[in-house]
Design a protein around this ligand. Structure first.
Ligand code: C2E
Ligand code: MG
Ligand code: MG
Ligand code: MG
Length: 285
């Protein structure tokens, strides 16, 4: 009896970690194969000038269509890449695809900045600087048209290191954006110490603006702060015309959200531009 009780938990623990190991190895292999087979691709969501409906940028959002598991949501997939030690490979792939799409936009006469999401975990090391420089060099995309959106900045464990790395990326000519502003600890300290050109107010605040006066007050304060700091502020997750009107009244210049445009293929953005249909506000107000 006693033997059984002490034995079993150990057996379970051993089995679990072995399973983890096997899972991670097969995950690595699946991610490598997915990158090689084109199962991983990008959707582009426009950043819209509220005043005119003009597209003033796009954000590249990764998609994984796994033949066995179907569409894997980016949040899961990003975690899986981190677990499998494949963040750097994924980021290089995304940067490369996004810069190529950027070249296609340029050719179509739609010369707009393209934003790529960069995990906070990558900005502690110089490696990302070499990677970005190399991709810019190989694709010939203009550095000033590449925006790097740093996600989950509360995960930056060393602001001195991050400041150095982001400073170097800024010196390459890239714009640096702080994603999901307002959620997670230390976002003000990160804003104080890191060289951001843009900040994106998290959807958590935007989606509450019409129903929660506190959310509205927070959004207005962030817009004021952005103005005083001369940083571009983008409202993300705008889903309805009422929220857009409130944002416009509060002096917000640029917005993004399903109500303006869902993330779409880059070809679709080019086609709409050619047809003179790049005005999502027509659907909105
Ligand atoms: P994010 O960078 O904050 O991207 C915005 C997310 O909100 C996207 O989800 C977008 O589809 C969604 N969204 C946009 N407008 C609306 C709206 O009006 N309503 C709602 N409910 N959602 C909206 P997605 O594509 O699932 O991406 C989730 C997160 O995954 C991103 O958040 C980003 O943190 C991460 N991610 C995506 N692509 C990459 C990538 O290439 N590299 C890295 N490191 N992270 C990525
Ligand atoms: Mg983003
Ligand atoms: Mg965001
Ligand atoms: Mg987000």
């Amino acid at each position: 009896e006693t033997t059984n009780e002490t034995y079993e938990p150990i057996a379970i623990a051993d089995t679990a970690s072995e399973e983890d190991l096997i899972w991670n190895i097969s995950l690595q292999a699946r991610i490598d194969a997915a990158l090689a087979n084109g199962e991983i691709y990008l959707a582009y969501q426009p950043k819209i000038l509220i005043q005119s409906g003009e597209i003033v940028g796009v954000e590249a959002l990764v998609r994984w269509n796994d033949p066995q598991r179907g569409q894997i949501p980016p949040d899961n997939f990003i975690r899986q890449c981190e677990t499998a030690g494949r963040m750097s490979q994924l980021t290089r792939y995304v940067l490369d695809q996004a810069c190529r799409a950027g070249n296609a936009f340029d050719l179509a006469g739609l010369s707009i900045p393209v934003a790529v999401n960069i995990s906070a975990t990558l900005v502690h090391e110089r490696h990302i600087v070499d990677m970005v420089a190399d991709v810019l060099d190989k694709t010939g995309f203009e550095p000033r048209h590449l925006t790097l959106e740093i996600t989950e900045t509360y995960r930056i464990s060393n602001l001195d290191q991050a400041a150095e790395v982001l400073g170097e990326l800024a010196r390459l000519g890239c714009k640096i954006s702080m994603d999901d502003f307002g959620v997670g600890a230390a976002s003000l300290e990160a804003l104080l110490r890191l060289p951001f050109n843009e900040l994106k107010i998290d959807r958590a605040f935007i989606s509450q603006m019409l129903v929660n006066p506190k959310a509205e007050a927070i959004v207005k304060s962030i817009l004021d702060m952005g103005r005083s700091m001369r940083i571009v502020v983008i409202a993300e997750g705008v889903e309805d015309a009422g929220t857009l009107t409130k944002l416009r009244e509060a002096g917000c210049i640029v917005a993004q959200g399903f109500g303006l445009s869902r993330p779409v293929d880059y070809e679709r953005i080019i086609k709409n531009h050619a047809l003179g249909r790049d005005d999502p506000l027509r659907n909105m107000v």
